[in-house]
Design a protein around this ligand. Structure first.
Ligand code: GDP
Length: 693
C-alpha cells in the first residue's frame, strides 16, 4: 500500500472564530466547493454539515471538534472543527494540539471580538501558523481596514493583507489579489459563487493596490533575504518568490496573511482554499513531535514520516447511541492498518483497531491503512480516552497529553424513574469518556451521583444531550461550586499506625513537613528518607495515603491543593510493617498536620466579559459589582455603540447570570465566562460555607 496523497500535500487545519463570525458558513462553503457536498446548507436552517449533533443545530453553535476531510487542487485538507463558545476552551485546546495551521475568521463589522482574543492567544501558545479571513464584507458597517488595525492592536499580530476588498456592503463584488495583482469578481447570477472571473485591476483601484502590494513586499523583506535584496535594488520579486517567502514567514509565525470575502454571498472562499495550500504548513513543515519513552524516561522524537515507528494522539472521543465508540486520532509518524494490534502507551494496554474511518462531510470512508499526517477515526478501541498515545509495542512512546482544567461546578443528578437508573449511569459514562472536562462521581456519604463541568452552560448542554441522544430523563439539583482547600502555614506532623495485639500486627510510622506550594501545583509529594529508615516498597503507599487523604480537607471536606509534603523521617517493623499500615500512617500524619496548617477555602474565579449597549452600562456595572466582581477594564467596542466590561467574579455569585443579564438589558447585553483561577473565599462567606457542612 502507498498513500494516495503525499504528506506534503496534506493540510491539517482548524477554523477559529468568535461565535457568529461565520465559521460554520465558511466550513460549509469549503465542503461545497471541494466537491463533497451537493446541496449547500445554511446555518440558519440548521442543515450545516459540521453541526452534526442535533442540539448544536438548534442552538446554532458548534461545540464538538469533529474532523472532516476534503480535497482541493490535489491536496488533502483535514478540517478540525474548533468550538467558538468560551465555555468550551478545553475543546479548543485539544483541537489546537493536533492542527498544523489555522484560519482565524473575523467579522468585518464586529472586528476583533472579545473571545477571539482568548482563542488567538491559545494558538500563539501552541505556535500555530495562521491566516486570517475577514468575513461579512457584504454587511452594512463592514470595515476591512479597521479590522486589520484591531488585529494589530488587540492581537499583536503582524498582519499583512494579501487581498483588498472590491467594493463594500451591498456593492462588494470580489477581491483584489495583491500577489498576482488581479481582480477576482463573482457574478451574482451564479448564486453558489462557483464561477468567478480573474481580470486586470481597474484604473481607479490600481494606485491603492500598488500601495498595499508595496507594503506586502516591505513586510516580506523584513523576514526574507531574497525579497530584501530585490527590495533594496528596486526590482520586483516574482509571484513565485513572493509566495515562497510568504509561506515561510507564515509557517514561522512571523506574518499573518489576511484575506476577505463573504460566506453568505459565496465570495472569496476559493482563494481562501488556495491560501490554505499556499501558506499553511504540511505536517513535514513543522517540528517533529516529542514524547517520552517510559522505559528509559528519555525524550524521543517522532519525525513525520511513514518510515518512522507508529505514533498517534487521540484528541476526541465520540459516542452515539447507534454506532460504536469512535476515537479520532492524529497519526504523527509511521503507518497503521485496520485490523492490526496497537499499544495504548498511556493506559499500558494492547488493543486491536477494528476499522479505520476517514470522515467526509456526508459519508464515512473505510481506510485500510493510514499514514503519518493523517487524521482519522478508529472503531473498536475500548481502553482509549482523550489524550492517550497510540504506538506499537516495539517502539513505545508517550506523547505529551492534552491538559484539561479541573471542573469548577457540580450538580447532583438522579433518574426520573428507577427504570432509568442503569441507563443514566451508562450514559454518564459515555459522555465523560467523550469529554474530559465532564466528570462523574458517587458521593460517598449521600450516595448521590454528582456530575461536574466547566460552567452552567456546559452542564446544561450535557443534560440536553442525555435527553435527546440517549433518551434518559433525569432530575438535577442546584449547581454547587467546586471549592478547594489549601494551607497557609508550614508545619511538621507525625503519624503512627500500630496494632500489635496477638498474631501479625500492623506498623507504619511517618514524619512529614507540610508546606504551602504555588497555586496550580496540586499535591506534591517528596521523599527525603535516607539510610533505609523506611524501605522503598512502603514509599509508594505512603504517597498513596497522602493523595487519598488530600481528597478531603479539614475545613469542609473539599479537596486539598497546592501543598508540598516532604517525607523526612519514620520507622518500620521487620514483621508487622505493610503497605496498608504505611498508607494509614500517612493519612493520619497528613490530617494531623492539616489541622495546624491554617487551612483556607478557595473558590473558582471566572474571567467574565460583558458586551453591553451604552444605555445599560450603569445597571450592568452595578449588578456586576454586587457579585463581588473586580472590573479590570472597560473598552469601547469597534463602532463605539457598545462597551465591553472585562473582569473577574467568583463563580458562586454568577449562577443564573444569563437570565439576570437578559433582564437588566432587555436581552441586549451578551457575556462570556470561563474559569480563570482559584482565589481565597473572604472570611465571612467562608464561615457560612463551612458552617453549612
Ligand atoms: P459561526 O457561529 O461562526 O459558526 O457563524 P455562522 O456561520 O453560524 O454564521 C452566523 C450568522 O452570520 C448566520 O446567520 C449566517 O448566515 C451569518 N453570516 C455568515 N457569513 C456571513 C456573511 O458573509 N455575510 C453576512 N451578511 N452574514 C453572514
Amino acid at each position: 500500500m502507498t498513500r494516495e496523497y503525499p504528506i506534503e500535500q496534506t493540510r491539517n487545519i482548524g477554523i477559529m472564530a468568535h461565535i457568529d463570525a461565520g465559521k460554520t458558513s465558511i466550513t460549509e462553503r469549503i465542503l461545497y466547493y471541494t466537491g463533497r457536498l451537493y446541496k449547500m446548507g445554511k446555518v440558519d436552517e440548521g442543515t450545516a454539515t459540521m453541526d452534526w449533533m442535533s442540539q448544536e443545530k438548534e442552538r446554532g453553535i458548534t461545540i464538538t471538534s469533529a474532523a472532516t476531510t476534503c480535497f482541493w487542487r490535489n491536496h488533502k485538507v483535514n478540517i478540525i472543527d474548533t468550538p467558538g463558545h468560551v465555555d468550551f476552551t478545553a475543546e479548543v485546546e485539544r483541537s489546537l494540539r493536533v492542527l498544523d495551521g489555522a484560519i482565524g475568521i473575523f467579522c468585518g463589522v464586529g472586528g476583533v471580538q472579545p473571545q477571539t482574543e482568548t482563542v488567538w492567544y491559545q494558538a500563539d501558545r501552541y505556535n500555530i501558523p495562521r491566516i486570517a479571513f475577514v468575513n461579512k464584507m457584504d454587511r452594512s458597517g463592514t470595515d476591512f481596514f479597521s479590522c486589520l488595525e484591531e488585529m494589530e492592536t488587540k492581537l499583536k499580530a503582524n498582519v499583512v493583507p494579501i487581498q483588498l476588498p472590491l467594493g463594500k456592503e451591498d456593492d462588494f463584488s470580489g477581491v483584489i489579489d495583491l500577489v498576482k495583482m488581479k481582480a477576482i469578481t463573482y457574478s451574482d447570477n451564479q448564486k453558489s459563487g462557483a464561477v468567478f472571473i480573474e481580470k486586470d485591476i481597474s484604473s481607479e483601484l490600481i494606485e491603492e493596490a500598488n500601495n498595499y502590494r508595496a507594503r506586502l513586499i516591505e513586510k516580506l523583506a523584513e523576514e526574507d533575504e531574497i525579497i530584501m535584496d530585490k527590495f533594496v535594488h528596486s526590482g520586483q520579486p516574482t509571484i513565485k518568490e513572493i509566495k515562497r517567502a510568504l509561506r515561510e514567514a507564515t509557517i514561522k509565525g512571523k506574518i499573518v496573511p489576511v484575506l476577505c470575502g463573504t460566506a453568505l454571498k459565496n465570495k472569496g472562499v476559493q482563494p481562501l482554499l488556495d491560501a490554505i495550500l499556499d501558506y499553511l504548513p504540511s505536517p513535514i513543515d513543522i517540528p517533529s513531535i516529542k514524547g517520552v519513552n517510559p522505559e528509559t524516561d528519555r525524550e524521543e522524537e517522532r519525525p513525520a514520516s511513514e518510515q518512522a515507528p507508529f505514533s498517534a494522539l487521540v484528541f476526541k472521543m465520540v459516542t452515539d447511541p447507534y454506532v460504536e465508540k469512535l476515537a479520532f486520532f492524529r497519526v504523527y509518524s509511521g503507518r497503521i492498518s485496520a485490523g492490526s494490534q496497537i499499544y495504548n502507551s498511556t493506559k499500558q494496554r494492547r488493543e486491536r483497531i477494528a476499522r479505520l474511518l476517514q470522515m467526509h462531510a456526508n459519508k464515512r470512508e473505510d481506510r485500510s491503512e493510514v499514514y503519518a499526517g493523517d487524521i482519522v477515526a478508529a472503531v473498536g478501541l475500548k481502553s482509549v480516552t482523550t489524550g492517550d498515545t497510540l504506538c506499537n509495542k516495539e517502539n513505545i512512546v508517550v506523547l505529551e497529553s492534552i491538559h484539561f482544567p479541573d471542573p469548577v461546578i457540580s450538580v447532583a443528578i438522579e433518574p426520573k424513574t428507577s427504570l432509568d437508573r442503569e441507563k443514566l449511569s451508562l450514559t454518564l459514562k459515555k459522555l465523560s469518556e467523550e469529554d474530559p472536562t465532564f466528570k462523574v462521581k458517587i458521593d460517598r456519604e449521600t450516595e448521590q451521583t454528582i456530575i461536574s463541568g466547566m460552567g452552567e452552560l456546559h452542564l446544561e448542554i450535557l443534560k440536553e444531550r442525555m435527553l435527546r441522544d440517549f433518551k434518559v430523563k433525569a432530575n438535577v439539583g442546584k449547581p454547587q461550586v467546586a471549592y478547594k482547600e489549601t494551607i497557609t502555614k508550614s508545619v511538621e506532623s507525625e503519624g503512627k499506625f500500630v496494632k500489635q495485639t496477638g498474631g501479625k500486627g500492623q506498623y507504619g510510622h511517618v514524619l512529614f513537613k507540610i508546606e504551602p506550594a504555588p497555586a496550580g501545583q496540586g499535591i506534591i509529594f517528596e521523599n527525603k528518607i535516607i539510610g533505609g529508615k523506611i524501605p522503598r516498597e512502603f514509599i509508594a503507599s505512603t504517597k498513596q495515603g497522602v493523595i487519598e487523604a488530600a481528597k478531603s480537607g479539614v475545613l469542609a471536606g473539599y479537596p486539598v491543593v497546592d501543598c508540598r509534603i516532604v517525607l523526612f523521617d519514620g520507622s518500620y517493623h521487620e514483621v508487622d510493617s505493610s503497605e496498608f499500615a504505611f498508607k494509614m500512617a500517612a493519612s493520619i500524619s497528613f490530617n494531623n498536620g492539616l489541622k495546624r496548617a491554617q487551612s483556607i477555602l478557595l473558590e473558582p474565579i471566572m474571567q467574565v466579559e460583558v458586551v453591553v449597549p451604552e444605555e445599560y452600562m450603569g445597571v450592568v456595572v452595578g449588578d456586576f459589582n454586587s457579585r463581588r466582581a473586580k472590573i479590570e477594564e472597560i473598552e469601547i467596542e469597534q463602532g463605539a455603540t457598545r462597551k465591553i466590561i472585562k473582569g473577574f467574579a467568583p463563580l458562586s455569585e454568577m449562577f443564573g447570570y444569563a437570565t439576570a443579564l437578559r433582564n437588566l438589558s432587555q436581552g441586549r447585553a451578551t457575556y462570556t465566562m470561563e474559569p480563570a483561577h482559584y482565589g481565597e473565599v473572604p472570611g465571612q462567606i467562608a464561615e457560612k460555607i463551612i458552617g453549612k457542612i
